[in-house]
Design a protein around this ligand. Structure first.
Ligand code: 26W
Length: 829
């Protein structure tokens, strides 16, 4: 029952008359945790103890609802969303839990009474970085939205012991450190060893005849591990629903390994068991080029096998007729990483439950849908049949059988078109015989979706055109979204309070209400308050960067931010070329320093550890920063800040402070982007290409409130078609030439020319993502940025309109689209 709270903002999830929901009530819970969990007195407690006790005391307020949710689900017997994702980039949990339980003020006051600063306690939390970037963060937003919308959902994934690496810089080079996020234990998880699930690998298959005389197949595995469920609470906002995120950790299977392999050599046997535990040890840090590593396939099968078993055995009532499984679960495949779940469900139904092939296939098709998150052909996962057959022999057989009937269907629909059949086959022969996981997902899934309008179109037309010709109705779009709880309400309290003062607090659950801000863009008083919020957020960021990185952000600058994974297609180099060209123009006297708009460019980006060029680009950015930031000729009017280890925690501070959001990928390359949405919702203006969700952002905010530049996708495709020659652009564009020449001069490498040859020659010789082709247009758009920024009233007006018009990008809206168009499921209240 929503009641209003001191600041009038948030409906609350807890019962208002719960005696624990008071300062003294919380203090009791907190002290109890300090004593019983941490085993220390308040007097002796470390900051870490205080964090652990605070977090676990806050969890008390969600557990009743969590248990209640389970009962509600069991009673309702409605369809559950099983979100299958190898990544969840959750970010810090404490603030989110405080918001959901409406405890922020209470905890602050309770701790203050004991001389403890909540802000300091908060800083103790190590965020669970169990994802690489966009895909993992999207999964975290989606489960937040489903809980808030009262939809039964279990998020299934992997409890990596080491999350995404911690990035440090040594002499400007990226160095990776292991992310030991569990070193001090996570206060948020419940482990249930008694619910461990057995997962098998390798071995062989054999046939047998059952009592009815039917020929059956069984898998005789070679080895196995156990999956331990670690449950995380996923509280909805303003509702009593608390869903579950179930992450699986691998544990050695004592009896099995000891007996089978290592008779006699006890110590060796125990050592060998750690092999099993390696499965959930570390998150693969590649976010676009699959390495085809055996351990990665083990991880994928491990978590989906645990998850399917868990749902079928533990979430359904005993005796449930599995022919109706599709009425109770929809497994959403978050990219191809969990696609091995398809043959696993077939195996369970046929080998274990005695289904006929056709029955099993009908059920399986009704239980899966597939989301594709990329357009890069090299990002589409492919597993050699040699590896798959060795690790999962029965699954390999099943995939072959699926392919045989699929090929028959293709040949029947397109008689004589053998080339088409080869293009579509799940198993390809080249370069080595392999399984194309995207094809398997498309054949098995009831729906296939892209993540923004343009992306879904390109998915149909360019990535899977034969499939969309065969099954046009299978393809759909769901534009991504972000959770307004974390990315506005929590991370931007100033804006939240301002907005709520004018349109009420309903927007936190109904972000389309932001449209009520539209008229306020013309209200000078509101604009002033809006600017004050931005200024305060910049001040907060200055403090964070000073403390975290020793970076001193200049005051009064336009804050120009590009944060995302380092990737050639995202074109961090284009941003850097802009900065270097400004610098060059000042050095050569083409521009007077007082004509520069005071600007600080902030980069945040991790490179995959094996991605050489991306790491060289990081080195170049740091090297340019070192020179530009120190050059007195710039009179402090141009700076670069590159804080290391960009993560969710930092994003929450950076995004609310930004003026300008850089979304400058080559058109047709960025599937959606979600950072772009977060910036717009926090009142930054976008400079961007016609790519991914930028297209939709611009459509909503309007051309006057968005800085568009560059080729669109058809133009980029045409240029590539006709033969792209970056060097001729370099030769004909004087500004570009001067910029590249300045980099090659050695000025950024202590006089050593050629230090950044890998970057400059990648551009001059190939420029795969056509940065040069968009360079002139980008600079022109940046001039428009400067002109607009000079008129603060006009700028603020546009910023407000960005907020007012982008409520569409709530992940609640994305979830509604999935529920209506793909899952055919709804809330349980
Ligand atoms: C190593 C294999 C691999 C391949 C692709 C790992 C991870 C991927 C992901 C699909 C990459 C990814 O995160 N894609 C991003 O997904 C976001 C959420 O939909 C989009 O907003 C981004 O545009 C897209 O790059």
């Amino acid at each position: 029952m929503p009641v209003s709270v001191p600041n009038g903002n948030d409906p609350i999830a807890v019962i208002a008359d719960d005696p624990r929901h008071s300062v003294s009530g919380f203090t009791t819970e907190f002290i109890r945790e300090l004593h019983n969990r941490q085993g220390v007195s308040l007097r002796d407690a470390s900051l870490h103890d205080k964090f652990q006790a605070t977090a676990s005391a806050v969890r008390h307020y969600m557990v009743d609802e969590w248990l209640e949710t389970k009962d509600k689900n069991a009673a309702a017997k409605q369809k559950t969303v099983g979100y299958l994702s190898a990544e969840y980039l959750l970010g810090p949990q404490l603030d989110n839990a405080l918001l959901a339980t409406d405890l922020t003020e209470i905890v602050e006051e309770s701790l203050a009474q004991h001389g403890i600063d909540l802000a300091q306690v908060r800083e103790q939390e190590v965020e669970p970085g169990l994802g690489n970037g966009g895909l993992g963060r999207l999964a975290a937003c989606f489960i937040d939205s489903l809980a808030t919308m009262d939809v039964p959902c279990i998020g299934y994934g992997i409890r990596y012991e080491y999350g995404i690496f911690r990035q440090t810089f040594v002499d400007g080079h990226q160095v990776e450190e292991a992310d030991k996020w569990l070193a001090l234990e996570s206060p948020w998880e419940f482990v249930h060893p008694e619910n461990a699930v057995q997962v098998n690998f390798a071995g062989h298959t054999e046939t047998w005849t059952d009592e009815t005389g039917r020929e059956r197949t069984r898998w005789v595995p070679g080895w196995g591990v156990q999956g331990l469920p670690y449950n995380y609470l996923v509280p909805g906002y303003g509702t009593r629903r608390v869903n579950t995120l179930r992450l699986w950790g691998a544990r050695a299977n004592n009896q099995f390994d000891l007996k089978t392999f290592n008779q006699g050599d006890y110590v060796e046997a125990v050592r060998a068991q750690t092999f099993a535990e390696n499965i959930s040890k570390v998150l693969y840090p590649e976010d676009s080029t699959p390495q085809g590593k055996e351990l990665r396939l083990q991880q994928q099968y491990f978590f989906v096998a645990c998850s399917l078993r868990d749902f079928i055995e533990n979430e359904l009532e005993p005796g449930f007729d599995l022919h109706r499984l599709g009425e109770r679960i929809i497994f959403q495949l978050n990219d191809t990483h969990p696609v091995i779940a398809v043959p696993e469900l077939m195996r369970i139904l046929i080998d274990e439950k005695g289904f006929e092939w056709d029955e099993a296939w009908e059920v399986t098709k009704s239980c899966f849908a597939y989301t594709c998150h990329t357009l890069l052909p090299e990002a589409l996962e492919v597993w050699p049949t040699e590896l798959l057959g060795r690790l999962l022999p029965r699954h390999m057989q099943i995939i072959n059988l699926i392919n045989v009937s699929f090929m028959a269907e293709v040949r029947a629909t397109f008689p004589g078109d053998e080339e088409r059949a080869l293009r579509m086959s799940i198993v390809t022969e080249h370069p080595v015989q392999s399984v194309r996981m995207a094809h398997l997902a498309t054949v098995a899934g009831s729906k296939v979706n892209g993540v923004a309008a343009l992306h879904s179109q390109l998915l149909r037309d360019k990535v899977l055109p034969d499939f969309s010709a065969l099954w046009p109705e299978k393809f759909t779009n769901v534009t991504n979204g972000v959770t307004p709880r974390r990315f506005v309400r929590q991370s931007n309290p100033g804006l939240s309070a301002l907005v709520t003062s004018r349109i009420g607090g309903g927007w936190v659950k109904h972000l389309d209400q932001f449209d009520g801000l539209e008229p306020l863009a013309d209200d000078a008083g509101f604009r002033e308050e809006f600017r004050a919020v931005k200024a305060a957020n910049k001040e907060r960021l200055r403090e964070v960067l000073h403390k975290r990185d020793g970076i001193d952000l200049p005051e009064g600058h336009l804050l120009d931010v590009m944060v995302k994974r380092l990737h050639e297609y995202k074109r961090q180099t284009l941003k850097l070329l802009h900065v270097v060209s400004l610098y060059e123009q000042v050095l050569s006297g083409k521009r007077k320093v007082e004509d520069l708009t005071p600007r600080t460019v902030v980069f945040g980006a991790k490179a995959a550890p094996g991605y050489r060029l991306a790491k060289d680009i990081i080195h170049l950015i740091n090297s340019v920063a070192a020179v530009v930031n120190r050059d007195p000729r710039l009179e402090g009017r141009l700076g670069i800040a590159f804080p290391a280890n960009y993560n969710v925690t930092l994003a929450e501070k950076l995004i609310p402070a930004a003026d300008l959001s850089e979304q400058i990928s080559l058109a047709g390359m960025e599937a959606s982007g979600t950072g772009n949405m977060k910036f717009a919702l926090n009142g930054a203006l976008t400079i961007g290409t016609d790519d991914g969700a930028n297209v939709e952002i611009r459509g909503l905010v309007g051309d006057d409130n968005f800085f568009l530049f560059g080729m669109d996708e058809p133009a980029a495709a045409a240029l590539r078609e006709q033969g792209y020659r970056p060097r001729s652009i370099y030769e004909s564009d004087e500004t570009l030439r001067a910029t590249i020449d300045l980099i090659e001069s050695g000025i950024f490498s202590g006089g050593r020319g050629g230090a950044f040859g890998s970057v400059t020659s990648a551009l001059l010789d190939e420029d795969r993502f056509m940065a040069f082709a968009d360079f002139a247009s980008y600079l022109e758009a940046q001039e428009a940025v400067e002109a607009k920024y000079a008129d603060q009233e006009a700028w603020t007006r546009s910023a407000i309109l960005n907020v007012a018009r982008t409520g569409y990008f709530s992940s609640d809206r994305s979830m509604r689209d999935y529920l209506d168009r793909i899952w055919h499921a709804g809330p349980v209240v």
